[in-house]
Each structure stands twice: as structure tokens, then as C-alpha cells.
Write a new protein. Structure first.
Length: 572
């Protein structure tokens, strides 16, 4: 055997979960160059060990395919936390008073007039709002601590923004300001803005802020990549970059962000594989606007000259909901609580929107794009499933791999339609974990237990991929796996919908081979098989015997992308 045929890396004495078609187990794996060159036992890899091969005894740890977070806003996640933004998520803050104190400290460090930004507040975890369901954040909660600094605070979901009076004045929002299409400016009994803006109205604030500089985008993405490497995440999907994202989080979802990704790849700094959905228009775009914008964007399947295995544009994102004031979830039946802090209220059918959605989906499908459509209600998912099927019937395409994003209230009908056409769904277990304690107040106990129906979706034959939707939640796949297995809530540990639990193997597939399927990449990544790319994640436990409750705290000790170690925390 020549030096060139020896492995560069050999991992042995491991619980190797290949996630192949049979979920085969092995104990050793070899990497030569960028690819997996052997999988089996110690004898299978021994001939590949040469004088320069690094050999690591994993001491019973679990070796997995690199984790694929199939729905993660990388630039937005990087800019949503310190030092670019205040951390206002749970448990960093537990009350409106805590938020005010965090803003007060920020004003002490910032010159007068400079914008203060924060991210992650959630009324379900703010004591005053939990004690009084009618209580919502207002500008008055911030005015006393920040009279001279405009303040803009993004909710954890991205569907509501909270500002102070100085910000309203800076932007020019008054009682006479009309809300943009698909948005709402919340007002008090006297008709004055309260400081809360929902959905499309958030653009009034976001467009007033200075757009992210190229350096800020670069720094944000670098921060995200470092976090992902430490978590064993080797691939992710940016679900929407383009003109429709220019007014979201200072343009974090805008076109320039894709350009920065390409630069980082060219410079060897993109330490995760990236798939992209283009975002031609925002939440309220019409079919005509969508078609016009799409025609000006990158053709499907191209990455601007980049290695398509490292950065690829797969398709297009469309919003099916979040397009009328205070109706983020588009439901067949109204919500029971009248609203939930800007996340959702009841839903009624909208024939005009149905027509627009069908037109947009048909246009993108006929143009050859994969479609990822944002759906957060049963009415939305039924509409989109039918639109997918109609587009396929009108313009037959082989293996389009369209999918519903979120799919929290999948219906039996929509599952049947999606599965019959080879379409998929992308779900978010860590969102389920985060909101499970609050869902019953708004959708009732039956719908709350059913939300994110993993068991039913898999039993229906759907391809299911999992993603964090970061910065909505932290991109921790370990918590996602535990949630899919346990269906327990974050705050109280209460079980929500035990009949929707799935097994460890099924949960891991949603973060590996089925996420790779979503990327049209299951032939070269997503499982540990000879010839596939060497994207690896080592977890310091035996997952097969671990208590699911312990999985979220188990360290990731090694992450490998394309044969290159990008994170290492192995014990001596």
C-alpha cells in the first residue's frame, strides 16, 4: 500500500451509527482526504493506518454523520446575540423589568442617539405577561430607562418587534401611520401606537435602521459558524436570502448576505455546507411581484461559481401565512385565546390569497425551482399541499422535492397529498419544546398536543427534516432529538402529545439523511458510508443506552467537515 492510500484519520472503539438504509452499527471508520474510506470494525480500518494516520480511540463515544440543521438563519443568528445585540431570551430575562434593566445597561455604554437592539423576548417567559394574559410589552416599559436612545427589540419568533417612544418618533410612526400590507401597528384605547408592531409593519422599523455592513455580516456569520462547529453541525439551510429579506433584521436576510457567504467559501472560512433558498419577495408579495423578482435572481441549482457541495442555491421560499394583520397561523378554526403576543390569532379563509399562492407556486415550479413554503396552520398546509400537487400536474417534474416549512399543524389530508407526490416537511422540535407550555392557551389542549406531529408524518410516509429556525431557538440538535423522543416542555417538563413521540433512530434521520434529501444531497452526505463526504460528529456518550433527558447536556467532542477537523474537545 502506498502513502497516498493510507487514511488521514481513523476513529475506532466507537458506537458508529451509520444512519444508512438499515441503520447499521459499526465500531470504526477511516477518512482519506475528504471522503470516508472504510466503515466497520478495527480489522476493516487497520490496513489503512499508515505512519501519518491520526488514530483516535473514542472510548465508546457515538460517531454520527455530521448534523444538518435544515432551517437556520445563519447571519440573523449571529447578529441576534452579544455583542451585536442584547440577549433577551429565556432564561437571560424573566420579566419586563429584566428587559428594562438590560436596556438601561446598554444605554450607559452607547452614545446618545445610538440605536439599542435586542433579540429573543417571549411573552410566555415574561412574568408580568404570564400573570396577566392581556399584558403586552409597550413603549412605556422602555421609555424611562432609555429616553435618549431609540430601542428596537425583536421577539424570539421574528413576527413582532417592540420599540420605545424615541424609536417611534425617529421612524415617524404616529396614530395616523397606515400599517403596510400584511402588518399591524398595535394601538391603545386612545388610538396611540403602543410600541408593538406585527408582521409586515416591522419593516417600518427595520427599514429605518442602518443596513448591516459587509463586515457586520461577515462577523455575524463567523460567529454562527463557530457555534455550529462546536455543536457538531456540518450543514445548514439558509431559508430565504434575497430582495424580500432586505427589510428584515437590518438586511440579514438580504442579497448581500449570500455574497458574503460566497466570499467566506472562497477564503476557506465556510466551515459548514450551505444550502440556500432565495427570497424574491417578503410576506406580502403578490404573484406578479414574485414572478418579476424571481426572474432577476440566480437560476436554480447554482451557487455563483461555487462548489455546489459546499454552497448551493436549491430553490425559493414563499410565505403562505403571516400575510394579514395578526394572522401568523392560518387555521381552519379560530384560536381560542384571541391572540398570543403577536405570534398568532384566529384564521379565516382568504380566497384571494389562495389564488395568489397557487400562482406563485406554479410559477416557481415551472421555472425549475425547489419550493420551501412557510406554513404555520392547518389551513395553510392544506392550501400549499394542494398547490404543490396542482403545479406538478400542470408541469410534471421528476423529483422536485418541494417541502412545507414548519408544518406544525399538518392535517391527514395534507400528509397524504405530500407523501403521494414525494414532497416533504421541515419541522422544528426545539420550537415545540419552547412553546409547549403556552400552546393550550391559544389553540386548546387537543391541537396543542398534536402540534408538530412527527409520528403521524413519518407513518404517512413523509420525508421529515428538522431545523432550529435559529435565531428563533438555539441551534441545538441534541435538544431537538430529546424533544422528539420525549415531547416534554421547556419550562415545566410537561408531556405534550406523547402519541407523537418517535424513536432515536427516526429522530437522528431527520437531522442527517432526510435533511440531506431536502438538499438533493443524500447521495453524497447524511450517512456514514464509503465514498460519502467525511462530515462527522462525535458525541461523548453511547446514544443507544443514554437516557433521552441526558442527551442535551452531552458534549460534542469532535466535528469534521470534508475531512477537516473544525472542532475538537477530546479528552487526553
Amino acid at each position: 500500500m502506498t502513502v497516498d492510500t493510507y487514511a488521514d484519520l481513523v476513529l475506532h472503539n466507537a458506537r458508529v451509527m451509520t444512519v444508512d438504509a438499515h441503520f447499521s452499527l459499526a465500531s470504526a471508520l477511516a477518512v482519506t482526504g475528504t471522503a470516508i474510506s472504510a466503515v466497520g470494525d478495527r480489522d476493516a480500518v487497520a490496513p489503512l493506518i499508515g505512519p501519518r494516520t491520526r488514530v483516535i480511540d473514542l472510548r465508546g463515544a457515538t460517531l454520527l454523520p455530521g448534523i444538518n440543521d435544515s432551517h437556520l438563519h445563519g447571519c440573523a443568528y449571529g447578529m441576534a446575540g452579544p455583542p451585536l445585540s442584547l440577549d433577551l431570551g429565556h432564561p437571560a430575562v424573566a420579566s419586563l423589568a429584566d428587559v428594562a434593566r438590560a436596556v438601561a445597561k446598554a444605554t450607559e455604554r452607547a452614545p446618545a442617539g445610538q440605536w439599542i437592539t435586542g433579540h429573543g423576548w417571549d411573552t410566555g417567559y415574561l412574568a408580568e405577561c404570564a400573570a396577566d394574559p392581556a399584558r403586552r410589552p409597550t413603549r412605556h416599559d422602555l421609555d424611562q430607562v432609555s429616553p435618549d436612545h431609540p430601542v428596537v427589540l425583536y421577539s424570539f419568533s421574528g413576527h413582532a418587534t417592540w420599540v420605545n417612544t424615541r424609536a417611534l418618533h425617529s421612524i415617524g410612526i404616529t396614530r395616523h401611520t397606515p400599517a403596510p400590507p400584511g402588518g399591524a401597528i398595535v394601538t391603545d384605547a386612545a388610538g396611540e401606537p403602543t410600541g408593538l408592531l406585527h408582521e409586515g409593519a416591522q419593516a417600518l422599523v427595520h427599514n429605518a435602521l442602518p443596513p448591516l455592513s459587509r463586515q457586520e455580516r461577515t462577523d455575524a456569520i463567523r460567529s454562527t459558524l463557530a457555534t455550529l462547529a462546536s455543536l457538531g453541525i456540518t450543514s445548514y439551510t439558509e431559508p430565504g436570502l434575497g430582495p424580500g429579506g432586505e427589510g428584515i433584521m437590518r438586511g440579514a436576510l438580504g442579497t448581500q448576505t449570500l455574497e458574503v457567504y460566497r466570499e467566506l467559501l472562497a477564503e476557506g472560512e465556510l466551515t459548514a455546507r450551505l444550502g440556500v433558498l432565495l427570497l424574491p419577495t417578503g410576506m406580502a408579495g403578490t404573484a406578479e411581484e414574485f414572478a418579476r423578482a424571481l426572474s432577476e435572481l440566480t437560476a436554480p441549482g447554482t451557487g455563483g461559481g461555487c462548489d455546489a457541495r459546499r454552497l448551493a442555491v436549491h430553490g425559493v421560499k414563499i410565505f403562505a401565512d403571516g400575510i394579514v394583520p395578526n394572522k401568523t397561523a392560518w387555521m381552519h378554526q379560530p384560536y381560542v385565546g384571541g391572540g398570543c403576543g403577536g405570534l398568532c390569532v384566529g384564521g379565516d379563509s382568504d380566497s384571494e390569497r389562495v389564488t395568489e399562492l397557487h400562482a406563485m407556486i406554479r410559477h416557481a415550479h415551472a421555472a425549475g425551482h425547489q419550493l420551501g413554503v412557510h406554513v404555520t396552520g392547518d389551513r395553510a398546509i392544506d392550501t400549499v399541499a394542494q398547490a404543490f400537487a396542482a403545479a406538478q400536474a400542470a408541469h410534471p417534474r421528476k423529483d422536485a422535492r418541494h417541502y412545507a416549512i414548519h408544518g406544525d399543524f399538518l392535517t391527514a389530508h395534507s400528509m397524504k397529498v405530500l407523501a403521494a407526490h414525494g414532497f416533504g416537511v421541515n419541522m422544528n422540535p426545539t420550537i415545540k419544546w419552547t412553546v409547549a407550555d403556552m400552546e393550550e392557551d391559544f389553540v386548546g389542549p387537543e391541537r396543542a398536543a398534536y402540534a408538530w406531529p412527527y409520528r403521524d408524518a413519518l407513518d404517512a410516509g413523509l420525508r421529515v427534516a428538522s431545523g432550529s429556525d435559529a435565531p428563533v431557538t438555539h441551534p441545538d440538535w441534541r435538544q431537538g432529538v430529546a424533544t422528539m423522543m420525549l415531547r416534554e416542555s421547556k419550562a415545566a417538563g410537561r408531556v405534550s402529545g406523547p402519541e407523537q413521540r418517535i424513536t432515536l433512530a427516526e429522530a437522528l434521520r431527520t437531522y442527517t439523511i432526510d435533511a440531506a434529501w431536502q438538499d438533493f444531497a443524500d447521495h453524497y452526505k447524511g450517512s456514514l458510508e464509503v465514498g460519502k463526504v467525511a462530515d462527522l460528529c462525535v458525541l461523548d456518550t453511547d446514544l443507544l443506552t443514554a437516557d433521552p433527558h441526558d442527551i442535551p447536556a452531552t458534549p460534542v467532542t469532535l466535528t469534521v467537515v470534508d475531512g477537516r477537523i473544525v472542532h475538537e474537545a477530546l479528552a487526553d
